[in-house]
Structure formats: structure tokens, C-alpha cells
Design a binder for this molecule. Structure first.
Ligand code: MN
Length: 264
């Protein structure tokens, strides 16, 4: 574990290559900030969805062709999901695998079990599956105008994390920023995933012709969780950093479930 070049091209220079993506689409303010901080830390590549893909989780587009185009700045744009972007970016569009994948900065929090629905987190997960150290970053409010103010805080934080690369096996990092101006941030806390308590987030109504429809989302969400959980850190004005692991196996239960299956 010497140089942070896992998945990259050793000897390609001191500056790492950083692939930036998101789930809010190529025009999102949060992606501009991500590109800004990545450019302070390395050579930037961008492969992002052409439109918002929030809550697409880890989905791949397999029932239609995908098209990639380029912006005048040289960014790649794909009419697919964040996972499509990382997969096609790393395997087809970039001339060499990147040293790191950064995803975000998402317009909205990705804490607790929301990491399982998040396209932002899934893009970092896809990088990890492909052997590239990855970090997902989210701002804990839909009001994104404070995100650019976090460029300095994030450059320091992401710089410290990628300085530790390559990351432990199957591990990536989920960062959430508090909904306060960057100058008021109290510090960084290393956290566990909290639990989201949904209320009124599923709506049933009638359309103008009298047919029922359902709308997922909205409503008020509250949280529970341990003292060291992500939402408590963010609520208290800290940046939350949660190490996540790809392997969902419940190892503590393995031997007990064996006795259920095999008799014991
Ligand atoms: Mn999003």
C-alpha cells in the first residue's frame, strides 16, 4: 500500500486521474463543484447522465441502446443511469482506467437506507466493483446553492481520503454535508448509517379523468439511529463520512442459519 494508483496506470504521473459523475445530470450545480475540487486534486474526466437520474439506484439500462455525446469542455454525456456512466466510462470512453471515482455532489442527502435507492451512491459502488476507489458526496438539502461554498472543505476531505488509497477491499466512502454554510461547519465525524422513518411519502390521488395514480416521494422524513449515525452528525453541523462495504452478508448469522437449514 504505497501509492494511490489502484486501477490506474502506474507511472502516468503524480496527479491521479479522477472520474466525476452524478445522478442529478450533467447540468447540475453539484457536478460543477465536484469537477472544481477534482481539478485541484488531479486530472478530471467527466461521464455523467444527460438528465436527472435520482433514485435510480444501481440500475443498468439493458433494454435499449445507449448513446454517448461530448460537451464543448470534453465531458462525456450518456442517456442512461449513473451506473451506466461509470461502466461505459471506465470500459469504453476513457483512454485508461481512472485512479478514483467521485460521485455527486448530490442535491439532497443520502443517509441511512437511502444509500440503497441513491444513484449517487450506486455510481461510487460501481466504481468499487470495477476495482476503482470511490467516494459519494451529497449535500443534505435540495437547495443546492450552498454547494459551491463547500469546494474548500471538500478538497481537503477528498484529498485526505484519496491520500489513503487504495481503499480497503470492497470499501467506499459516503460523505454527507450539513445544510448550513460551509464557514459554519464544526468538523468531520466518522459515522454509521442511520434509519429513515418515512411518513406521508406515498400519495394516492385521482387524475383529471378520475383514474387513480400514486406518487412516491415528498412528505416529511425523520430519522432514528445510533449516537454515531450519519444524520445525527449532519444535524449537529458536522460533515459525515461513512465507510460502506459492498458485501451485505450478515456474517454474525451464518452459523445460526446453517443450523436452521441443516438441523442442529
Ligand atoms: Mn440526485
Amino acid at each position: 500500500m504505497t501509492e494511490a494508483t489502484q486501477g490506474g496506470q502506474p507511472g502516468s504521473g503524480d496527479r491521479p486521474t479522477i472520474l466525476c459523475t452524478n445522478d442529478d445530470g450533467i447540468h447540475a450545480l453539484g457536478l460543477k463543484t465536484l469537477v472544481d475540487i477534482a481539478g485541484r486534486l488531479g486530472d478530471v474526466r467527466v461521464v455523467a447522465p444527460d438528465r436527472e437520474q435520482s433514485a435510480t439506484s444501481h440500475s443498468l439500462t439493458v433494454h435499449r441502446p445507449l448513446r454517448a455525446t461530448r460537451t464543448p469542455e470534453g465531458f462525456h454525456v450518456i442517456d442512461g443511469t449513473p451506473t451506466d456512466c461509470v461502466l461505459i466510462g471506465i470500459n469504453q470512453l476513457l483512454d485508461a482506467p481512472p485512479d478514483f471515482v467521485l460521485s455527486g455532489v448530490n442535491h439532497g442527502p443520502n443517509m441511512g437506507e437511502d444509500v440503497l435507492y441513491s444513484g449517487t451512491v450506486a455510481a461510487a459502488m460501481e466504481g468499487t466493483i470495477l476495482g476503482i476507489p470511490a467516494i459519494a458526496i451529497s449535500y443534505s438539502s435540495r437547495a443546492a446553492d450552498r454547494i459551491p461554498g463547500y469546494a474548500g472543505v471538500l478538497t481537503q476531505l477528498v484529498g485526505a481520503l484519496i491520500g489513503r488509497g487504495p481503499f480497503p477491499e470492497e470499501t467506499f466512502f459516503n460523505v454527507n454535508l450539513p445544510d448550513i454554510p460551509a464557514e459554519e461547519v464544526k468538523g468531520v465525524r466518522v459515522t454509521t448509517l442511520g434509519r429513515r422513518v418515512y411518513s406521508d411519502s406515498l400519495t394516492r390521488r385521482e387524475d383529471p379523468s378520475g383514474r387513480e395514480y400514486y406518487w412516491i416521494g415528498g412528505g416529511v422524513s425523520s430519522w432514528t439511529g445510533r449516537e454515531d449515525s450519519d444524520f445525527r452528525a449532519v444535524q449537529a453541523g458536522y460533515v459525515s463520512v461513512t465507510p460502506l462495504h459492498l458485501d451485505l452478508t450478515n456474517y454474525r448469522l451464518i452459523s445460526e442459519v446453517r443450523t436452521w437449514m441443516l438441523g442442529g
